[in-house]
Design a protein around this ligand. Structure first.
Ligand code: ATP
Ligand code: ZN
Ligand code: MG
Length: 515
C-alpha cells in the first residue's frame, strides 16, 4: 500500500510534467493544483491556460497508466471530468443549447462556462473538441475588440494624377446613359455596351495575367449543397450574407393547383404561400466561387506529376446579400468574377501566388496605369493545429490574404481611406480547404491551395473612376483593344435613356468610343 502510494506520487509528478509539455512558457500549460486519494478513486484538481481540458485529462490518464502499470501493475479503470469550467476573457455570448454545456455566467468582463460531467468517451468526441475550439475562438475574437480584419499596407503605386482626370461617379454615368438598368435591388441588366466595357478590362486581364501564367479555364457550378458551405466554413462565418435556394416539394404540378389558381385570379405571388410548397433551403448560391474546386479534388490522391493544378472560372455570377452596403455596380448582390484557383505543395502554392502578385502589379501599374495599393488583410485569427491564435505579426509566405485596392477620385482625396475600393484579392489558404475536403498527396506530403478573385464590376468602375470614359485618356493596350473590337450600338428608344441629360451623356460616350 505504501509502495502504491509512492508510485502514485511519482506518477503525479510525471503527469505534472506532461501537462506543460509542448509549451514554451510552462505557465501556459496545465497545473495540478491539488490531489487526494481515497479507496480506489484518485481526484485531481487541474487548471490550465492553454492546454484544453480534454487533452489534459487524457495526458494525466496516459502517464498514470504507464507509471502505475509498469511499477505496480495498476491500471486506470476510467476517467471522469467533474465540475469542469472554462473561464474566458471578455463577456462572450454562447448558446446554452450547445451540447456539454450546463450553465453560463457572465460578470465583470469574464465568462464562465460550466460543463456537464464528461466521461472518457465524451472526452474523445470531436463534438467536444469543436465546442472547445469555438469557445477559444470567441475568446480571441473578444480580445480583438470586434475588428474583423487586420489591414497592413504592403505596397502602393506612385501618385499618377496631379489633378484627377475626372471626379465623376462612373456608376451614375453608366446608369444615366442607359448602359445598365437596375433590375432589382443590387442587380443590374448589363446592355451589350456595358458588357463590352466589362469585357474589355476583363479580357485584357485574362490575356495579360491569367493565361501567361498557365491557368486553364474550367466551369464551376453556381449553386452549392449546404454540405459544401459547412466544409469551407462559410456557413459558420458569413451566413448573414449568403443567399439560399429551395427545391419544390413535389414535381407534380397538380399539387400546386390551389396556389396556381390563386395567382391566376389575384395576379399576385405571395411569398409566404409559395414557401409552403417549397422544401427547406438545401442549397446556397455561389458565394466564394472557388468552393467547387476543393470539392473536385476531395478524396482524390494526387502525385507530383499532377501538381500543381492551376485553373480559373469565369462562368457565372456570385451572389451576396450586402444589405445596406449595396451601391451602384460596386457593391451588388449579383456580380461577376474571374476566380483563379491553384493547388500544390506549400512551396508551389507560394510561388504561384508570388507570380500572380507580380502579374497583378504589372496589370494595375503598367497595363491599366492606375493608382493602386496592396494590403495584407489576414483575418484576426489563424487556425493552427486546432488552436486559434491571434495574428501578431505577418509573414507573407504564411496563409493569408492580400487585397488590391484602387483609388476612386469621385469618393474623395486619396488620403481618405473610404476613397479606395477593394477590386480583388489573392489568398493562400494553407490546409484550410485541403483538410476538410481530404485532398491528399500519395506520399503524404502537405497540400495547400490558393485563390484569387477578380471582381469584374469593381475593376471596371475603378478604371473608369480614374481614367474616365474617353479612350484618349486610356493606356495603349486598352485603346488597341477597342480599335480591334469596335463597340456595339447602344440602346436608344423613344423612352430610353430616360432623361435628356442621359441621352446627351450617351451621345458623348459614343463619340468617344466610336472614333
Ligand atoms: P468587401 O470587403 O468589399 O465586401 P470582400 O472581402 O467581401 O469585399 P471577397 O470575398 O474577397 O470580397 O471577394 C473577392 C472579390 O469579389 C472582391 O475583391 C470584389 O472584387 C468582388 N466582390 C465581392 N463582393 C462584391 C459585391 N457585393 N459586389 C461586387 N463585387 C464584389
Ligand atoms: Zn476563392
Ligand atoms: Mg464583403
Amino acid at each position: 500500500m505504501e509502495e502504491d502510494l509512492e508510485a502514485l506520487r511519482i506518477g503525479i509528478d510525471s503527469a505534472a510534467r506532461a501537462l506543460v509539455k509542448g509549451f514554451k512558457d510552462p505557465e501556459e500549460g496545465g497545473r495540478i493544483e491539488s490531489w487526494s486519494f481515497s479507496g480506489k478513486v484518485l481526484s485531481l484538481v487541474i487548471s490550465s491556460r492553454r492546454l484544453r481540458i480534454d487533452e489534459a485529462a487524457m495526458r494525466v490518464k496516459n502517464v498514470l497508466e504507464e507509471v502505475l502499470g509498469s511499477t505496480r501493475k495498476i491500471g486506470v479503470r476510467y476517467v471522469k471530468l467533474e465540475d469542469a469550467f472554462i473561464e474566458i476573457d471578455g463577456e462572450v455570448r454562447v448558446s446554452i443549447k450547445l451540447p456539454f454545456i450546463r450553465s453560463i455566467e457572465t460578470a465583470n468582463g469574464r465568462t464562465k462556462i460550466f460543463l456537464e460531467v464528461l466521461d472518457e468517451k465524451d472526452l474523445k468526441k470531436p463534438i467536444l473538441l469543436r465546442l472547445l475550439r469555438l469557445l477559444n475562438e470567441k475568446e480571441v475574437r473578444a480580445g480583438w475588440g470586434g475588428k474583423t480584419e487586420h489591414w497592413q499596407l504592403i505596397r502602393q503605386s506612385k501618385i499618377k494624377f496631379d489633378t484627377p482626370i475626372t471626379v465623376e461617379d462612373p456608376n451614375r454615368i453608366l446608369e444615366e446613359a442607359g448602359l445598365v438598368k437596375r433590375f432589382s435591388i443590387g442587380q443590374w441588366l448589363y446592355t451589350p455596351l456595358a458588357v463590352y466595357l466589362l469585357n474589355t478590362v476583363r479580357d485584357v486581364f485574362i490575356k495579360e495575367v491569367v493565361q501567361p501564367l498557365g491557368f486553364q479555364e474550367a466551369v464551376f457550378p453556381k449553386i452549392y449543397p449546404l454540405e459544401i458551405g459547412l466544409k469551407t466554413g462559410h456557413l459558420r462565418g458569413t451566413i448573414n450574407s449568403m443567399i439560399f435556394a429551395s427545391l419544390p416539394k413535389t414535381y407534380n404540378i397538380e399539387e400546386f393547383e390551389e396556389l396556381t389558381d390563386y395567382m391566376y385570379v389575384t395576379n399576385e405571388a405571395p411569398p409566404e404561400e409559395i414557401a409552403k410548397y417549397l422544401r427547406y433551403p438545401e442549397y446556397f448560391l455561389c458565394f466564394a466561387q472557388c468552393e467547387p474546386f476543393y470539392w473536385f479534388f476531395s478524396n482524390e490522391l494526387l502525385d507530383d506529376r499532377s501538381l500543381p493544378i492551376k485553373w480559373f472560372d469565369r462562368s457565372g455570377p456570385s451572389f451576396r446579400w450586402e444589405s445596406g452596403g449595396i451601391y451602384g455596380l460596386e457593391r451588388v448582390i449579383e456580380f461577376h468574377r474571374v476566380e483563379i484557383v491553384w493547388l500544390g505543395k506549400p512551396e508551389q502554392v507560394v510561388e504561384i501566388r508570388n507570380d500572380l502578385l507580380k502579374a497583378y502589379e504589372k496589370f494595375m501599374d503598367e497595363i491599366l496605369d492606375l493608382e493602386w495599393r496592396m494590403a495584407w488583410v489576414t483575418p484576426w485569427y489563424y487556425e493552427q493545429s486546432g488552436a486559434v491564435e491571434k495574428v501578431e505579426e505577418f509573414d507573407i509566405d504564411r496563409p493569408g490574404t492580400i487585397d488590391f485596392e484602387l483609388w476612386l477620385p469621385y469618393k474623395g482625396p486619396r488620403e481618405d481611406r473610404k476613397a479606395w475600393l477593394e477590386v480583388g484579392n489573392i489568398s493562400i489558404h494553407g490546409t484550410k480547404f485541403t483538410e476538410p475536403f481530404k485532398v491528399k498527396h500519395n506520399k503524404g506530403e502537405t497540400l495547400w491551395t490558393g485563390c484569387s478573385g477578380y471582381g469584374s464590376q469593381r475593376w471596371l468602375v475603378a478604371f473608369l473612376a480614374q481614367r474616365g470614359f474617353n479612350p484618349e485618356n486610356w493606356p495603349p493596350i486598352l485603346r488597341e483593344y477597342i480599335e480591334k473590337n469596335p463597340p456595339p450600338d447602344p440602346v436608344i428608344t423613344v423612352t430610353y435613356p430616360k432623361t435628356r441629360s442621359g441621352k446627351e451623356l450617351l451621345d458623348k460616350l459614343m463619340k468617344y468610343l466610336k472614333r
